[in-house]
Structures are given as C-alpha cells and as structure tokens.
Design a protein around this ligand. Sequence first.
Ligand code: DC
Length: 224
Amino acid sequence: MEKKICIAIDGPAGAGKSTVARMVAARLGYRYLDTGAMYRALTWQALQEGLDFSDEPALVELARTADIQVLPTQDGSPQVLVNGQDVTLPIRSQQVSRQVSWLARIPGVRREMVQRQRRLAAGGGVVMEGRDIGTRVLPHAELKIYLTASPRIRATRRAAELAARGEKVDVHRLEEEISRRDLMDAGREVDPLRPAPDAVYLDCSQMNIDEVVEFILDRAKGVN
Ligand code: DC
C-alpha cells in the first residue's frame, strides 16, 4: 500500500488553494484541512463577543479555549462549528475577512492554532492549506506547494466566487483588500507568509484548476 503523506499548500488569499486542496484530497482519499477557516472562526467569535482587537491576552485566551470544529462534508467543503453553532457562511463575510489577518498576526494565537493543526494532521493522509503549513505547522510534509497568482487575477476569481453566492463586490476594491491582506500576512513577525525553501513554487495565473490539481497529483506520485 502507498504511504499516506502530508501535503502542505500555502499561498496568498484567492490563489485557489481551497478548491485545489479539496480536489486533491478527494482524488487521493485524504482529509482536507482548511486552517484559514480556524482563524476565521476565532475572528467570528471575537466579533460576536465584542472583544477589543487590541486586547491580545483576551484574544489568546479565546484561541486557547475556543470550541472550533472543522468537519468534512459530502461535497468536500468543510462545515465550521463554533460552540456547536454552524458558522460556515458567516466566517466568509467581508467583516471577518477584514479582521482576520490582524488576529492571525498575534504570536500566542498562532501558537494555539499550530498545536491544534498538528494534532489534526497526525497520522498523515492530509492536504492542509494555509499560510505557514510548509514553514511551521508541518515542516516535514512530504510535499509542499506554494500556490500564487497575480493580485488582479486573484481578485477576479474571488469576485466570481462571491458573485456566485449572491454577494456583489467591486473587483478593484477587492484587489486592494487582497493586497492589504497579503502585506499583513507576509509582513508579520511570526511565521509570515512565504514559500518554504523546499516548496514547489507554482504561479497559476495562466492555469485552470484542473491543471493545477493534476500538477500536484503528479508530484504526489513522485513522493511515493
Ligand atoms: O485562507 P483564508 O483567506 O481563509 O485565511 C484567512 C486569514 O487567516 C489569512 O488572511 C491569514 C490567516 N491564516 C494564517 O495566518 N495562517 C494560516 N495557516 C491560515 C490562515
């Protein structure tokens, strides 16, 4: 039997990581783990509780105690629960998207999340997607992909996704927001967004989803 490996997919917002990771996981019969959803769920809860986003100890305490579950579903997209409440849709709101990078830059919050994520990946057979998976969470992952695309293309793809859900957004505004989030994710002190030295760097600006998926599956075969 082939060994069940860990595949880390990192990259900036809107590069298509979630779709690609989900499809790769489905093809391999692996678990798909969306770590951004965990940071989003925490942000959602902090907003619900009216926490002050400059109160780092309170946010770290929330990260330590929060009851967050990211459950697989039939169609492969994860269902996210906070204290048993389904927050799958609200965590994708613009309000959460605007705050999440701020919370994700707090070292204590990251420490808690990384511990949880490592536990989830124990035993292998996972495709884990985020910003620091190859560099921090799973430095020994057998396959690491750094997936990126130009900010304009990422904004256009995100806008199409939001439009499909009935949310109307301005592509230029989205591009600005994405660029701001990139800056914060790549500029933070702890585990910034960057390719691991041993990651395969893949700019998918000119590729469609199926091509990216096949590329990764091909690399995964090479590992086994
Ligand atoms: O992938 P996403 O857009 O849902 O992630 C939301 C935010 O969470 C992103 O702006 C940065 C943060 N994040 C992180 O810092 N580390 C991860 N492993 C995943 C996400």
